[in-house]
Design a protein around this ligand. Structure first.
Ligand SMILES: [Mg+2]
Length: 352
């Protein structure tokens, strides 16, 4: 397979393109290789990062190993393309914004949460865009004003020799609600400490079964049966953005959550209040025996649910009560890592 490699300017839409077309586009964001940190927008421009001595050879090795496996690869704008020039089956392009889009790009950097130092020297760097606009040849793609790389590849102007698929397979993803989508243990701890004058915190709950973690003669689990208790829950910070992004990518999302007749209404209303889209009736599944669910990705904080899941990819959301090694299970520490793992699972393939 021929691979089209884009050395594309920051902000042309590389990350979103790769997320939307898993298995078709890989975005080799360099932060992981250069700085050893998560490739998040808020890490870009951070001045406290330590350069990885293996960079750029580690970056080039990863890129080289992916060539021939997917139609499109996006790489850093500077210093990469010439290093790949000896490879067969590579068609490469430099991709730059329209020269008049400087303010638009600065706004994109701000909107996506880049550090101010990332765009502080944009005037200096923009000279590369000006030069590329002026000297645009066969190996340079100048995007139209306001355009993204995806829009270019879907347009008649696309002259790369490869095309994006019109439709992508959808990934089926099951999310647990309690302590995955919604912060559910902290509200009970707060009620418990208030009622018993205690000072419990999340780290005190090192086993499944909350009542086994509180002093004898007291109980914490009964709070969950109180009418309206679930209505006070808040989403785990960052989860609304992550779920919305996956929805926007067209994946099929379900909430699989253990409920009682007393709690199901409150749970559904709480999810609908905090997640900015209408869940269809059959997308919120009240279920305890989650092992009967079959799909691509299963995400939960309860070990037995994850270990026994029939789904292709099993992700355990890291919590004090689920520490341990579980073969075949991926562990996500924090929402950012969860998002990355989900995207990696999507890229590995889906069942539909
Ligand atoms: Mg849970």
């Amino acid at each position: 397979m021929k691979t089209v490699v884009f050395a594309a300017w920051a902000g042309v839409g590389k990350t979103k393109l790769a997320e939307k077309y898993p298995g078709v586009v890989i975005d080799f964001e360099s932060s992981k290789y250069k700085w050893g940190c998560e490739p998040s927008e808020s890490n870009k421009g951070r001045t406290d990062r330590v350069l990885n001595p293996d960079f750029p050879s580690n970056y080039l090795t990863a890129i080289r190993s992916a060539i021939g496996t997917v139609p499109f690869i996006c790489v850093a704008y500077f210093g990469v393309l010439q290093e790949l020039s000896d490879m067969k089956d590579v068609v490469s392009y430099v991709v730059v914004p329209h020269v008049d889009d400087k303010d638009l790009y600065v706004q994109r950097y701000k909107d996506r949460g880049n550090q101010p130092s990332f765009y502080a020297n944009v005037d200096e760097f923009w000279s590369h865009v000006e030069e590329a606009n002026k000297s645009a040849g066969v190996g340079t793609i100048v995007l139209p004003r306001g355009g993204t790389l995806e829009e270019y590849l879907l347009s008649d102007a696309n002259r790369t020799g490869a095309v994006l698929p019109k439709t992508m397979p959808k990934t089926t993803i099951f999310f647990d609600s309690d302590d995955v989508l919604m912060e559910s243990t902290e509200p009970a701890i707060a009620r418990y400490n208030e009622l018993y004058g205690g000072s419990l915190c999340l780290e005190d709950f090192k086993a499944w079964g909350m009542d086994s973690c509180v002093p004898e003669g007291t109980t914490i689990e009964h709070f969950y049966e109180e009418p309206g208790f679930y209505r006070g829950f808040q989403p785990i910070p960052g989860m609304v953005d992550l779920v919305t992004r996956l929805k926007d990518q067209g994946h099929k999302l379900y909430v699989a959550t253990s409920c009682t007749v007393n709690t199901i209404k409150d749970k559904v209303e709480s999810l609908e209040e905090h997640y900015p889209f209408k869940w269809d009736d059959n997308e919120i599944i009240p279920i305890s025996d989650k092992f009967v669910l079959s799909g691509d990705i299963f995400i939960d904080d309860k070990v037995t649910n994850v270990v026994h899941s029939k789904c292709t990819h099993k992700i355990l959301v890291d919590r004090p009560w689920n520490q341990g090694e579980y073969p075949g299970v991926l562990r996500a520490k924090g929402v950012q890592e969860l998002g990355r793992i989900i995207q990696e699972c999507i890229a590995k393939g889906v069942s539909v």
